[in-house]
Write a protein that binds this ligand. Structure first.
Ligand code: C2E
Ligand code: MG
Ligand code: MG
Length: 537
């Protein structure tokens, strides 16, 4: 214990210092530990932040990737759709190109090669035939009676008939030959490598036979004929246009000699064709040069012998051909369209003349003017009638328009509308050449008609019992329907007596009065029908 007590103060202070040093050291260690912990915590925190940032970045990149992927998918889908559409469009384009080529070379109704392709094929065949020095034939075929069927039974049946005709024609020829539709009811056939004319005539007969066999369309039994004109290479032409034109000319001649016939082209026909072209060219000049003139023929009442009407009949004072009758130029004028201006001139001139006779105190119930189909169909037809009446001052009830059955039957609806408009204006209408056209009698009760003109063909042979019955029947129909009736083409006292016996209301013909110029006709109007004829009435 002493010993312990004897611990020097120095030692104690050393101990104390040591203890303090140890404590300081401990504090220092503790501080270091705390610092280390703090650093550690900071490190942990910052690595957590880094991790969080990493997670956030990864998420953002995932979203971006997904967005990108979906956009890519969509773009891909669009690309697929677009390329499919492109493919469809390309196919459609190809199809429409093929269709357009087909349409440009085929007839829409029958699907036969059209005129363009026919020209092409004739050209090719000619080249081939030249090498093999063989013949080819071009047949121009026109259907007989087609217009009548088309007009009376309607266009739908007409179209079906044309399709059947096309099929039959195709069945009648060899695969190497061509049938084409030229337009309307006209077909052109190209027969290559034909033998003799006799052999060709046999083929043509075969075509005739096949075409004329009956057709049954929607319960209608129909029969048609065909007229065929034939031209041959190399004799009748060396190119498609000439061969077709000459076949057409031959067809025209075949028609003139009766229907359902065929004719081979001959050089003389071309001469006539040139003549027709000359007439065509002259027609237009004739109007300007005032070469047309109207003749007038009286219509006479059988009840009292009075002149009731005058028919205006056109004549052409041809500079080199004398006075031409309408048969020489009216059909050409109708064909080339010149009939429209000529018809307008006739109407104006006839109305002007009638008004001047009436103003001079002469008596005339009506002036009758012939109207062609092409005039009647013109859009401005009614307007022209109206303006001519206005210009000339003739009252409508003094004008009678003569229309043939064929004109009336062309289009039932249009005809009815025009006839009713004429009736509303007060203009009269007569049916010319009654009984010669193909028509249904029912139109008589549906169309507003004033007069029936019995065609002169019925009077030609009135001693025959059939004509006697027919003339009587026509007079009966006319009177029964309260129409005025005029018999045309009275040439003999016999015919006159016959008509009087059958109570025909009025007559017109050379026996009573020949067509004459206006000045002479004015005298007839003044003096009346000569007494010796009046006595027979
Ligand atoms: P259409 O209308 O039937 O005229 C009657 C025709 O018979 C006239 O012939 C007339 O001269 C003739 N004729 C009169 N009496 C007799 C007779 O007793 N015996 C004979 N055999 N014939 C007689 P045209 O003047 O040669 O006229 C023929 C046809 O031409 C007319 O027949 C008519 O369809 C047409 N036509 C005449 N003038 C015109 C016209 O201005 N415009 C139009 N579009 N056609 C006309
Ligand atoms: Mg007439
Ligand atoms: Mg007539």
């Amino acid at each position: 214990l002493e010993k312990r007590v004897t611990v020097s103060s120095e030692e104690i202070s050393n101990l104390r210092e040591n203890a303090i040093g140890a404590r300081e050291e401990e504090v220092c260690i503790r501080e270091n530990g705390a610092y280390g912990r703090e650093m550690h915590a900071q490190q942990r925190e910052s690595s957590a932040l880094v991790r969080e940032q990493e997670i956030r970045d990864a998420h953002i990149s995932n979203v971006a990737q997904e967005g990108f992927n979906s956009k890519l998918r969509k773009a891909n889908e669009h690309l697929v759709v677009a390329s499919v559409q492109l493919q469809i469009l390309a196919e459609e384009l190809e199809r429409s190109k093929a269709e357009m080529t087909h349409l440009a070379t085929h007839d829409f109704l029958t699907d036969l090669p059209n005129r363009m392709q026919l020209f092409d094929r004739i050209g090719q065949t000619i080249a081939l035939m030249k090498r093999h020095s063989t013949k080819l034939a071009v047949l121009f075929l026109d259907l007989d009676r087609f217009k009548i069927i088309n007009d009376s039974l309607g266009h739908a049946i007409g179209d079906k008939l044309l399709r059947l005709v096309a099929q039959r024609l195709q069945s009648a020829i060899r695969g190497s030959d061509t049938v084409s539709r030229h337009g309307g009811d006209e077909f052109v056939l190209l027969l290559s490598d034909v033998g003799t004319t006799e052999a060709l005539a046999v083929t043509v007969e075969k075509i005739h036979k096949i075409l004329t066999a009956p057709y049954c369309i929607e319960g209608n039994d129909l029969q048609i004929g065909a007229t065929i004109g034939i031209s041959m290479f190399p004799k009748d032409g060396e190119d498609a246009a000439t061969l077709i034109r000459n076949a057409d000319t031959a067809m025209y001649y075949a028609k003139e000699s009766g229907r359902n016939k065929h004719k081979f082209f001959k050089k003389e026909m071309e001469v006539r064709e040139v003549e027709l072209q000359g007439i065509e060219a002259g027609l237009y000049q004739a109007l300007d040069k005032e070469q047309f003139v109207l003749f007038y023929q009286a219509q006479i009442s059988l009840e009292n012998g009075v002149i009731t009407g005058a028919e205006a009949l056109i004549r052409w004072r041809h500079p080199s051909g004398g006075i031409l009758l309408p048969a020489c130029f009216v059909p050409v004028a109708e064909h080339c369209g010149a009939i429209a201006p000529i018809g307008r001139w006739v109407l104006r001139e006839a109305c002007r003349q009638a008004k001047s006779w009436l103003d001079a105190g002469l008596t005339l119930d009506v002036i009758a003017v012939n109207i062609s189909a092409r005039e009647f169909e013109n859009d401005d037809f009614l307007e022209n009638v109206r303006s001519v009446l206005q210009e000339t001052g003739l009252t409508a009830d003094h004008l009678e328009l003569e229309l043939t059955e064929t004109v009336l039957m062309k289009s039932f609806e249009c005809t009815a509308v025009t006839l009713h408009a004429l009736r509303a204006m007060g203009v009269k209408v007569s049916i010319d050449d009654f009984g010669t056209g193909y028509s249904s009698l029912s139109y008589l009760k549906r169309f507003p008609v004033d007069t029936i003109k019995i065609d002169q063909s019925f009077l030609r042979d009135i001693s025959s019992i059939e004509d006697d019955i027919l003339v009587n029947a026509i007079i009966g129909i006319g009177k029964g329907l309260h129409h005025h009736v005029v018999a045309e083409g009275v040439e003999t006292p016999n015919q006159l007596a016959f008509l009087r016996k059958n109570h025909c209301p009025a007559v017109q013909g050379f026996y009573l009065n020949i067509p004459m110029i206006a000045e002479e006709f004015a005298d007839v109007l003044k003096e009346g029908i000569p007494a010796h004829i009046l006595n027979e009435l």
